[in-house]
Design a protein around this ligand. Structure first.
Ligand code: SF4
Length: 359
């Protein structure tokens, strides 16, 4: 059902006044179109401005191993896809890439890998921990690690090495849809891993995929679940069909559902960081996502070093369009600015303490 701007305006007012949005209210927001959608985006920007001022944090992304043992239906890097480029960067290469990224002005280094069997079959995950420790020591920036599902003691090890964040996306919080997307992987184990990460002292990012058979009700359920868990960072990304996968022929969705979900998350979870990913639509899609209430730019990738993106393996990377220098003019045009490392560290410290940083 398409909702009139007045319904949406009432819900936005309630959220701006600190009221709770029920799951049915979230469905209403996620169904907004036209003027109603603009009302929602404006409210999301207002919430962002109140909580974060004009500050947007820029994250560097290093996809250091594209090997994976899993068969996610949506993923270019699923184990049986011969079309995807496979590489595994050495520790020295990763440290050097991270140094360059740090010098370019990002405030966080996101170390991402598939569930690489070489790393996951290594007892104690010594190789992963060594790599994360080297980046934490050498990069001078906070670190996020996205290694897939790992044992609890490895999460504690990541924190001990100096990592601040663990990212693990559920993709959907509807079990039936999950089974079709993350084929052969436990729904409960993924949830348990995020909880274990929090117990280990890590901040946590969860995320969802849209344009993949999900409905407004599925997305509302996900937003409610992520709010209940109070994850410090939450994201939504539009599915991009990938060659060599079972979903290669799915018609790509526009980004409307993603933008509405960003805005609904901003209203439902005003304290959380919400990324605008360059990995879906490249630099051209950035302003739309920021205008929907995002306050982080992720997937900044250094050009020329042969690194891939996740859902867009090559988009804008070698052309150098996923860089800090390319992002800054877009922020300026929207009256936003990139946050400094000091500001980001202050936010992290408060998040670890469970308190709020004033904008
Ligand atoms: S989404 Fe992650 S876990 Fe799934 S196949 Fe792709 S790289 Fe592997």
């Amino acid at each position: 059902m398409i909702h009139a701007a007045n319904d949406v305006r009432d819900l936005c007012r309630r959220a701006l006044a600190g009221g709770l949005l029920e799951e049915a209210d979230l469905v209403t927001l996620l169904s907004a179109r036209g003027d109603a959608a603009e009302v929602l985006f404006a409210a999301a920007r207002e919430v962002r401005a109140r909580r974060f001022g004009a500050v947007v944090f820029l994250y560097g992304f290093v996809y250091f191993s594209t090997y994976c043992r899993n068969e996610c239906a949506f993923c270019f890097y699923r184990v049986d896809n011969d079309e995807s480029p496979r590489y595994r960067k050495s520790l020295d290469e990763v440290v050097s890439i991270c140094r360059d990224l740090a010098g370019s002005g990002v405030v966080l280094l996101d170390l991402t890998m598939g569930e690489d069997p070489v790393i996951h079959d290594d007892p104690g995950y010594a190789g992963l921990l060594e790599l994360v420790a080297a980046v934490c020591d050498g990069g001078g920036l906070p670190v996020m690690v996205s290694p897939g599902v790992v044992p609890d003691e490895v999460l504690a090890g990541l924190r001990a090495c100096g990592a601040d964040w663990y990212a693990l996306y559920q993709e959907t919080h509807s079990p039936e849809l999950y089974e079709r997307l993350r084929t052969g992987q436990s729904f409960a184990a993924r949830i348990a891993a995020r909880r274990a990460a929090r117990r280990a002292g890590l901040l946590v990012e969860d995320g969802i995929l849209t344009g993949i058979g999900d409905t407004e009700a599925d997305r509302a359920r996900s937003i409610a679940a992520m709010r209940e868990a109070a994850w410090e960072q939450v994201r939504v990304m539009t599915f991009v069909p990938q060659v060599g996968t079972p979903l290669a022929d799915v018609r790509p969705a526009a980004d409307e559902a993603e933008l509405l979900a960003i805005a609904a998350m901003r209203l439902a979870m005003p304290r959380s960081l919400i990324p605008a990913s360059l990995d879906v639509d490249g630099i051209r899609g950035l302003e739309r996502r920021l205008n929907a209430g995002a306050n982080v730019v992720t997937s900044i990738v250094p050009p020329i070093v042969g690194l891939a993106g996740v859902s867009q393996a090559e988009l804008d990377i070698d052309e150098g369009r996923r860089t800090v220098a390319e992002v800054l003019p877009h922020l300026a045009r929207l009256g936003l600015r990139s946050g400094t490392v000091t500001e980001y560290r202050a936010w992290l410290a408060a998040a670890h303490e469970g308190v709020e940083v004033p904008a």
